[in-house]
Design a protein around this ligand. Structure first.
Ligand code: UD1
Length: 364
């Protein structure tokens, strides 16, 4: 039996892994044994446990309870703890997702033990090395044995870095998760009633990137934009713990008057809101794409995006942390002069997770 260790730690990874674990536990039952290691990077119940429950991810076999501290400290502690698990379990593969500190530390631990690494969501680049995620991706791709890319552009990014062996465009596993849970979430979520919302009558906004939260000027501008928008339309703002801490530290809490601030939401609530929003305003990578999958226009509060396909298609616009660009684009949408066409699908056919598992299994 093929033994895979999957290391997870942060919210978006739970969503990606759910799709892949489901294939392993249905189509490959008895052929593949998956051992799940949760680093603990995200630990609040509404950032972690609720995702395991809703997405039906098997309980982690190991919970390392490592979170917080500086990037170096977090990554170092994870590296040490994951190495121990890998030595004990001796898997055939390590599988990691995306670009978090959990991804990097697991990949490093495995490669030093000569355990091959399969990187799901390989080849994404923002070309901004100040982002911790960009460093994590570049290093993880450099040391991986199997690169499971979501798009043609991510394959080309790797080729430009001289990585062309074991590179496959399998499509985007997040698309699989969206397709699978789109209707389930609408049926199960009560969030529209709880917040007294109707479809198309609100903006959904999220903000958690260090480049926005750790820069008082950018965060002040973003909060001011939300407040301005909230004078025209309901703005729902699920608050990430990092952002909550910074808003408090910069004394910006009262500036959120008029904005509907809520705790981080479950996956079902979030996916329901994304589907019903008039507009998404976010700095998240995953939400940009979920907006696209659900055919909702998106403004991205960053200066670059890894998901350049959505930008080229004109359904996602980079607005930085710039209030005037945010308001201007909202007005364009309201007046009907920003028309979105969602007919092209660059993220595969919704069978990415099956292809991921096939690639791993066929190389055993
Ligand atoms: C991390 C990832 C990012 C991903 C994001 C999803 C890195 C470098 N970044 O950023 O790629 O898009 O997760 O959310 O790995 N905290 C809590 N409760 C929690 C989790 C975190 O209070 O459940 C606190 C932490 O203690 C820390 C802050 O929130 O003070 C930020 O958490 P951290 O894990 O450092 O990074 P994220 O901003 O979530």
């Amino acid at each position: 039996m093929l033994k895979i260790i999957t290391v997870l730690g942060a919210r978006p990874q739970f969503i990606k892994a759910a799709a892949v674990s489901r294939i392993i536990n249905t189509s490959y039952l008895g052929l593949i044994k998956e051992i799940i290691v949760h680093t603990g990077q995200h630990y609040d119940s509404n950032m972690s446990k609720i995702f395991f429950d809703e997405l039906e991810i098997p309980n982690p076999n190991y919970n390392l309870a490592i979170s917080g501290g500086s990037h170096g400290s977090m990554t170092g502690r994870m590296l040490e703890a994951i190495e121990k698990v890998l030595k004990d379990e001796k898997p055939d593969w390590l599988m990691v997702y995306g670009d978090t500190n959990s991804t990097l530390s697991a990949a490093l631990a495995a490669v030093k033990l000569h355990i091959p690494v399969a990187h799901v969501e390989a080849g994404l680049r923002s070309f901004n090395k100040k982002m911790p995620e960009e460093i994590n991706r570049i290093i993880c791709d450099r040391i991986s044995s199997l690169h499971l890319c979501p798009t043609d552009i991510s394959v080309a990014n790797l080729a430009a870095e001289g990585i062309s062996d074991s590179v496959y465009n399998v499509g985007d596993v997040m698309y699989d998760s969206t397709l699978y849970f789109q209707n389930i979430s609408k049926k199960k979520s009560r969030i529209f009633d709880e917040l007294n919302l109707s479809v198309g009558s609100f903006i959904l906004s999220t903000c958690h990137r260090a480049e926005n939260t750790d820069d008082p000027k950018r965060l002040t501008e973003i909060i001011s934009s939300l407040r301005e928008l909230a004078k025209k339309i309901r703005v729902i703002f699920p608050l990430h713990p990092r952002t909550r801490k910074k808003i408090h530290a910069y004394g910006l809490s009262t500036d959120l008057v008029g904005v509907t601030v809520v705790d981080p939401l479950s996956f079902f609530d979030m996916l329901s809101l994304i589907q019903g929003a008039k507009l998404i305003l976010t700095d998240s990578g995953g939400i940009q794409k979920e907006a696209f999958f659900c055919k909702v226009p998106c403004l991205t509060m960053r200066d670059e995006s890894e998901w350049t396909e959505t930008i080229s298609l004109g359904v996602n616009v980079l607005v930085g942390a710039d209030k005037s660009r945010i308001i201007e684009n909202f007005k364009k949408l309201q007046s009907g002069s920003w028309v979105c066409n969602f007919t092209t699908m660059p993220y595969g056919k919704g069978n990415a997770s099956r292809k991921v598992v096939q690639k791993l299994f066929n190389r055993k």
